[in-house]
Design a binder for this molecule. Sequence first.
Ligand code: S3P
Length: 162
Amino acid sequence: MKNIVLIGIMGCGKTTVSLLLAEKLARPVIDIDEYLEKKYQMSIPEMFAISEAYFRERETICCQEVSKLNGYIISTGGGVIKNPENMKALKENGIVIYIDRPISMILEDVETSSRPLLKDGAEKLFDLYKERHQLYLDSCDYHIMNDVTIDEFINNIINCIK
Ligand code: S3P
């Protein structure tokens, strides 16, 4: 069974949605950022403190490993689309869903302390969205807006992948 891979900008809802989808579809769930932190016994801010490249190399290794799973709900880090190799691996056995959420809604509740790219303020999300929106579109099988209630959103995803 194919994996369901969730992509999108930081704070778009990947983690919450992955857990709810896993419950609703009775599938296992994995978060690539958590997998990475466990594998390398380092937090993401610690990896970024060495360099972003250090983090990205490890992220790519984890994408290759996680792509070998079957039937999982996979939550990715927002920058996973920066390296085409990551998406190539994740797509081989995965349906990729772009969770798109208006930045104004994300700014209402995004957590910045564990996200090194937002250390200078969550407003950086506007630039990242401009830089990455097209990459998310190019990388996904389905593009779904997360500007409805969470129940509606989960149902929209389930209807898409049926
Ligand atoms: C990143 C997003 C983060 C994490 C890292 C880099 C990015 O994941 O992978 O801080 O480049 O957008 P979330 O999207 O889960 O916050």
